[in-house]
Design a protein around this ligand. Structure first.
Ligand code: SAM
Length: 256
């Protein structure tokens, strides 16, 4: 039966075989690897992935699509909202670190990226199709207009690279935006920063990105009498990721 794309689930199905081939080539799945696909949909990527890696776990929220996928023995289907899936537990149950892939629903792509953050140590790599503008923000360097909270929080844990641009015509129905595939490689030993503290610091700093940090971050800097090497005469967008991490570490009890 023909499936009508559901807007509320961000359904844009890949319909360009050359793009699918290119993405699967970039992922380069191998037999025995613990591969997880988020949002397999009608299986555009699922089929070539499973042909190469023999077994695949898929996470799909749409009940009808999940039912179709369950007919296939090589797939372990988790019918769920991906934001409720415990990826650390999934990794524990798998042979090795997870390789996570997906043409993500764009309406919840940032929540998905943040949901995966705590499991980064159990992940080998992530390849996601996202709105191109989101990929640009993820990979942005300081002093650029795209540099912000998303850049800092993700560049803390991952090496991030945009690996393929994809036009709207590659999907059915076509999205209104350009897309890109991003590769995310978790760092083996990122600084052991308190994620909640870093998140709060960075969100506060960027809430008024043109203001000097001595104004926006005053609450922390005064309260902890912070007198380290952190230059507060800068704006949020001028501060490299490493400096935010050093500040968060300095403000973590027991780390000073
Ligand atoms: C952009 S489509 C991609 C479909 C397919 N992978 C493709 O490339 O043709 C996004 C997929 O994610 C599924 N999805 C949407 N929200 C989800 C959620 N919260 N958890 C899991 N899957 C979700 C949709 O039903 C859809 O199958």
């Amino acid at each position: 039966m023909k499936h009508i794309a559901r807007k509320r689930f961000g359904q844009h199905f890949l319909s360009d075989a050359a793009v699918v081939d290119a993405i699967v080539g970039l992922i380069d799945p191998r037999p025995g690897q613990a591969l997880v696909e988020i949002g397999p949909g009608l299986g555009a990527m699922t089929d070539p992935l499973v042909a190469r890696c023999e077994h695949l776990t898929v996470v799909e929220l749409d009940r009808d699509l999940a039912a179709r996928l369950r007919r296939r023995a090589e797939l372990q289907v988790i019918e769920s909202d991906v934001l409720r899936v415990d990826f650390a537990a999934l990794a524990m149950a798998s042979a090795g670190r997870l390789r996570i892939v997906g043409n993500l629903p764009y309406n919840i792509s940032t929540p998905i990226l943040f949901h995966l953050l705590p499991a980064a140590a159990q992940v080998e790599d992530q390849h996601f199709m996202l709105q191109k503008e989101v990929v640009e923000r993820m990979a942005a360097a300081p002093c650029s207009k795209d540099y912000g909270r998303l850049s800092v929080m993700l560049q803390w844990r991952y090496d991030i690279e945009s690996v393929l641009d994809v036009p709207p015509e590659a999907f059915e129905p076509p999205p209104r935006v350009n897309s890109a595939v991003v590769r995310m490689l978790p760092f083996p030993a990122p600084p052991a920063v308190d994620a909640a503290l870093l998140g709060e610091l960075v969100a506060t700093a960027f809430s008024q990105r043109r203001k000097l940090l001595r104004h926006t971050l005053g609450k922390w800097l005064d309260a902890r009498e912070f007198s380290g090497t952190f230059d507060t005469q800068r704006r949020a967008e001028e501060v490299p990721v490493a400096d935010y991490l050093a500040l968060a570490l300095a403000l973590t009890p027991g780390e000073r």
